[in-house]
Design a binder for this molecule. Structure first.
Ligand code: SF4
Length: 349
């Protein structure tokens, strides 16, 4: 068969492109786009079902361990005082989080009003305790997610999401249909029910739970009667780890999946830091990301309680970091490590 020039060129291009870009490499390039968990679940046809399951809980609200049982669809309010619709205080790129969360363009943070834990030293008390913010529809929440993505944020950072989880899932699906593709980042006090977290399995890619206390009497006193907090948070963190594993970053060093635990050092060892790091070292991989934070300050009603009515000392922060290292934790937050190093050098200098 004779080839004309056009056929020859076409075949030559096809042959050379198959040498330069063999089909298995092309397939891999396609697969390389990072796909958020919620998108995969939607492809499997299961996301809508989860939303339905989550929304049904509003009829007898048991979204968190307070288990109020109120019918939020009928306007009843429980301990968190949250209505059926989400109330949002603000949304914007946030640069005050961990480096792998913030990246170059910031974390797309949505601050939800109201809270199911309500600590008396809360730094966001006008939002969490007093519910300041604007009530919106799930469709508006979806638009917020998309606008944060549009300006380059690396994730949708949902701050205090527990009591609005069904709305978040619904908004995520609406936004997904309009092109949302950045990971959901569940930024929680850790006061979560395992049964509820299971609904988030294969939807949320990054969990950032606080672990605030290891002693129930402290939790009861400083977090509005949440005596069961230590037992609840430990089970919740284990479930989060089962779902998403340890902290993973992309080529730019930006987190795409995993658990990042936050622990705020409190004055007079109120937070039970040694017990906390020991528990992490025994219950989770040693390379679990742990941020031991030094920024406790006296807020809201903390000044009424002498035990927590002061900032922490350098000594209190240093002993916390020393315990973490002694128990073998290998993935401590870089900024905390730098602070530890700074004080260490000042002491030895
Ligand atoms: S989310 Fe609010 S209403 Fe529902 S159980 Fe928790 S505190 Fe109660």
């Amino acid at each position: 068969m004779e080839l004309n020039r056009r056929d020859f060129v076409r075949r030559a291009v096809l042959v050379s492109s198959s040498i330069l870009f063999p089909s298995h490499l092309l397939a891999r390039r396609k697969e390389e786009r990072w796909v958020p968990a919620y998108e995969k679940l939607e492809r499997e046809g299961k996301l809508a079902q989860r939303i339905e399951q989550a929304y049904a809980i509003f009829e007898k609200c048991q979204l968190c361990p307070r288990m109020c049982g109120v019918n939020r669809k009928k306007g009843e309010k429980g301990f968190c005082r949250a209505p059926l619709n989400p109330v949002v205080f603000s949304y914007h790129p946030h640069f005050g989080e961990e480096l792998s969360v913030v990246g170059q363009n910031g974390s797309g943070t949505i601050f939800f009003s109201n809270c199911n834990l309500r600590c008396i030293f809360c730094q966001n008390w006008p939002i969490a305790h007093e519910g300041k913010g604007k009530e919106i529809r799930d469709e508006d929440l979806a638009e917020m997610m998309l606008s944060l993505q549009k300006i380059g944020c690396h994730n949708v950072n949902l701050v205090t999401p527990t009591h609005v989880m069904p709305n978040i899932l619904n908004a995520t699906r609406i936004a997904l249909k309009k092109g949302l593709h950045i990971p959901l980042f569940y930024n929680t006090s850790g006061y979560e029910r395992v049964e509820i977290l299971k609904i988030l399995d294969s939807i949320v890619d990054i969990y950032k739970p606080d672990v605030k206390y290891m002693d129930s009497d402290k939790a009861e006193k400083y977090s509005t009667g949440a005596k069961d907090y230590p037992e609840v948070v430990k089970k919740a963190v284990l479930e989060m780890h089962r779902q998403v594993g340890v902290h993973q970053v992309d080529r730019r060093g930006i987190v795409v999946r995993g658990v990042m635990i936050r622990h705020l050092v409190m004055p007079n060892r109120v937070a039970g830091t040694e017990k906390f790091v020991k528990w992490v070292a025994e219950a989770l991989p040693k390379n679990t990301y742990v941020n031991i934070m030094a920024q406790y300050r006296v807020e809201y009603k903390a000044f009424e309680h002498p035990e927590i009515a002061r900032g922490i000392t350098v000594q209190e922060f240093m002993e916390a970091m020393d315990w973490a290292r002694q128990y073998g934790l290998t993935n401590l937050d870089p900024q905390s490590k730098a602070l530890w190093e700074f004080y260490r050098q000042r002491r030895s200098g």
